[in-house]
Design a protein around this ligand. Structure first.
Ligand SMILES: [Zn+2]
Length: 314
């Protein structure tokens, strides 16, 4: 590894040296592109080395345990297994408990084999806050019975039905480290643990679960964390923006702060102070403690309450 790295650096220096002195200006942009490529390759190689290391230490750790886990057998030789620490659960869409803060700052994902989940479609609802809730996917127009295809190759992790949410849905684990979710399906054509190729027919679209009309709810997730699929896909042209997806924490997962705020806003409750009100009266009337009110409003117990002012009680 060390050797090839050195060779790389030397060839890199030689290329740079010769290019700027011997190559005409017209081909220098070409060269810059190649340098960029080399940089990306070395980042990817470093990540691979790290994941191999992690995998080996994981094997060493599990060797000492006497676990003959069926789940581990399923994931054997699965390239994404070390990333997901061999968690192969059908119970939850996100069983990993890995918040974005625990992720590296930037991650490169090979998306070159991407296939559109629908042949002809457009976005009917984007990823992001919607009706005071977070919408963790992209809604894509379809007619009930339209073919739904796997975005990448991989393995079916979940086939399930959620009457008040996704309806009939599928979760796929992909070899490139991503997971995809397909919701509101009318019919599922695959079963759990089945290997899938990119572009393979996996279901027919529909309007099951919480849905107001036929559409595909499509999610991209990394380590359980959903991010906007439009960072990767241009749905109006049915193409991906780049073969390599760069996942950066701030850009992709910054919304989680926003989502938390939305959640606390929808839970919060206010009270308008009436003449003669005291903190303890208000607290008793609303079933909360005085301490909660002073904390939420950043006031002291001794503060005089002004009639007509609005204070937060939840
Ligand atoms: Zn949706």
């Amino acid at each position: 590894m060390q050797n090839s790295y050195l060779t790389n650096i030397i060839s890199f220096i030689i290329i740079v040296f010769f290019s700027f002195f011997a190559i005409p200006l017209s081909s220098q942009s070409n060269l810059i592109h190649r340098i960029e490529q080399q940089k990306q390759d070395s980042v990817a190689r470093k990540q691979l080395e790290q994941s191999v290391e992690r995998y080996q230490s994981h094997i060493n750790a599990t060797d000492t345990l006497e676990s003959e886990d069926f789940d581990d057998d399923i994931m054997e030789n699965h390239p994404a297994s070390d990333l997901y620490r061999n968690i192969w659960s059908r119970e939850r869409v996100n069983p990993y408990e890995t918040p974005p803060s625990a992720l590296p700052d930037s991650i490169y994902i090979d998306c070159s084999e991407f296939q559109m989940p629908l042949t002809a479609t457009y976005v009917t609802s984007h990823f992001g806050p919607r009706w005071r809730r977070m919408h963790y996917g992209t809604d894509l127009k379809l007619q009930t019975g339209d073919s739904v295809m796997a975005a990448f190759s991989g393995k079916v992790r979940i086939v399930n039905y959620e009457p008040r949410g996704y309806g009939n849905y599928i979760v796929l684990r992909h070899n490139n480290g991503l997971e995809t979710v397909y919701g509101h399906l009318s019919e599922v054509l695959v079963s759990e643990n089945q290997e899938i190729n990119a572009g393979e027919l996996i279901a027919f679209g529909g309007s099951t679960g919480r849905s107001t009309g036929p559409h595909l709810h499509f999610e991209l997730r990394y380590m359980g964390n959903a991010f906007d699929s439009e960072y990767l896909v241009n749905y109006s042209n049915a193409v991906i923006l780049d073969d390599v997806l760069l996942i950066t924490k701030d850009r992709m997962f910054g919304y989680q702060v926003q989502a938390k705020n939305l959640a606390s806003q929808s839970r919060s409750k206010y009270y308008t102070v009436r003449r003669g009100d005291t903190l303890s009266k208000i607290a008793a009337r609303n079933g909360v403690s005085v301490r909660t009110i002073t904390r939420l409003n950043n006031i002291k117990n001794s503060n005089k309450l002004k009639a007509g002012s609005r204070i937060r009680i939840r």
